[in-house]
Design a protein around this ligand. Structure first.
Ligand code: F0G
Length: 457
């Protein structure tokens, strides 16, 4: 059998710079040990996020050239509207400048003080937009998600018992909707099965509560369904995507992921009343409804990106490259979340560096060490990201302390993956020497991870 090869070739290259360990030690100190503070030229391989960092295709760039920048009624908007309808099946659509903007607009219409919004490990901006409105996000993810060594094909699934408990303990007026994140980023890029979505949908209907999706990585979720769920092997990705969305009332999306664009997002939904309410907020926060914070050219590129991201060959190259890195790390005995996520590999810092106290942010310490050793930028998904409890102001210690290595789409080669794995092996081989971590010296009241400053202990 012939080896695997990507279904695309490279038309343009972007240079990246190597640096020395001495330089990186200095730079990370100057950055207050916050990887978000590093300028990109100080990073060799940037795995901070898969958000807006992918490579667009020649077809998308062609759309950039013919973008219609009319304030109202641009043809690029019409193209995007048509593409959103075709891919998602939802009736109404509002463009926004990115995912959290879609959350801001939709939640302004739906979430009130004292409300409860259950879901599967809400992403931090989603949770932020819920808590900002003095409402509560309740995590109903299955328990298996919180043990990185348990193999479960759909670790992003919602635990129906937990969901039912939330439904039973609050009046339905207090639960504006349930939100399912596909794939579940906070649980490690883990997918949700059609069966689970169907069951959640049925329960929601029974209790008359709407169901929305946070669909940033909806295409990767569909790829896992095709590979893992019985009865879906012969369906196309587009068929699976349509079926998944058919169980919900609407969605928000950061198009910077499976939209294959650098900037963009949208809301799509079926309820005319909610659409009308959201329209008002969209105009107030984002812009007129036929651009909502996006350039015409970007809407054109997104229209094409949605189509490309839901092609099997593309998804196979994308998800299997992530798995290639994961398998290398497993071969080196590095503890990672299993099964591998769709967009990222998650290092299990509790197993990697148990020698560093949790109060000293061990996952952050691991992310810093990987940068120092290899010039690779990952991101902490642990206590720093979990923030303080909005009421008690105490640190929240999540079940998992992870370092995420998010792989940008169509951007790095297999050689880059080998380099990352080798650097991590070096970090792993010296892990027992790590005894202390970091202390926070400055932090914002909400979503602190972006600007937090540390000192080394
Ligand atoms: N929902 C999920 C599941 C996300 O992963 C993100 C962003 C958002 C919503 C917000 O979208 O950034 O366009 O405003 N995730 C990025 C990440 C930042 O690195 O995982 P946004």
């Amino acid at each position: 059998e012939l080896p695997y090869a990507e279904p695309y070739k490279i038309k343009m290259v972007e240079h990246i710079k190597r640096s020395t360990k001495e330089q990186r030690l200095k730079w990370i100190k100057e950055a207050n040990y916050n990887l978000f503070n590093l300028s990109s030229d100080k990073v060799f391989i940037d795995l901070l996020t898969d958000s807006g960092t992918g490579a667009m295709s020649d077809q998308q760039w062609a759309e950039m050239m013919i973008g219609d920048e009319s304030y109202a009624g641009s043809s690029s908007f019409k193209k995007l509207k048509k593409s959103v309808k075709k891919i998602t099946g939802f009736k109404y659509f509002l463009p926004t400048h990115q995912g959290r903007a879609a959350e801001n607009v939709l939640f302004s219409a739906l979430v009130k003080e004292g409300d409860v919004v259950p879901g599967n490990s809400h992403f931090d901006t989603t949770k932020g937009h819920i808590e900002f409105r003095k409402a509560t996000a309740v995590d109903c993810t299955i328990d298996e998600a919180f043990d990185t060594s348990i193999i479960h094909p759909f670790k992003g699934n919602v635990d129906l018992k937990k969901l039912k408990t939330v439904f039973e303990s609050h009046p339905k007026e207090k639960i504006p909707f349930v939100i399912i994140t596909i794939t579940c980023n906070s649980a490690g890029g883990q997918p949700v099965s059609v069966q689970n979505i169907k069951e959640v949908s049925t329960l929601c209907k029974q209790y008359e509560i709407p169901l929305y999706f946070d669909a940033a990585r909806f295409a990767e979720n569909a790829y896992f369904i095709k590979k893992r769920e019985i009865g879906y092997q012969d369906k196309t990705i587009k068929e699976i995507v349509k079926e998944v969305f058919s169980y919900g009332d609407g969605m928000t999306i950061s198009a910077k992921k499976d939209g294959l664009v650098n900037m963009g997002g949208f809301i799509a939904l079926n309820d005319k009343e909610v659409f009308k309410q959201a329209t008002v907020f969209n105009i107030m926060f984002e812009g007129f409804i036929t651009y909502g914070g996006m350039n015409g050219r970007d809407m054109g590129a997104l229209a094409v990106g949605l189509n490309e991201a839901t092609e099997f060959n593309y998804l196979e190259s994308r998800v299997e490259q992530v798995a290639y890195l994961g398998q290398k790390l497993v071969d080196y005995c590095v503890p990672v979340q299993k099964p591998f996520g769709g967009h990222a590999i998650f290092l299990d810092a509790n197993k990697f560096v148990p020698t560093i106290p949790r109060e000293e942010y061990r996952a952050q310490a691991l992310a810093i060490e990987l940068y120092i050793v290899g010039g690779i930028r990952g991101v902490e998904i642990g206590t720093v990201l979990a923030d303080r409890d909005p009421f008690t102001r105490k640190n929240r210690f999540p079940e998992l302390e992870l370092v995420r290595l998010a792989i940008p789409r169509r951007t790095y080669s297999y050689n880059h993956m080998d380099y990352v794995a080798a650097a991590l092996k070096n970090v792993y081989d010296t892990r027992k020497e790590a005894k202390s971590g970091y202390v926070i010296v400055d932090e914002a009241p909400i979503m602190r991870h972006f600007t937090v400053k540390f000192e080394k202990l």
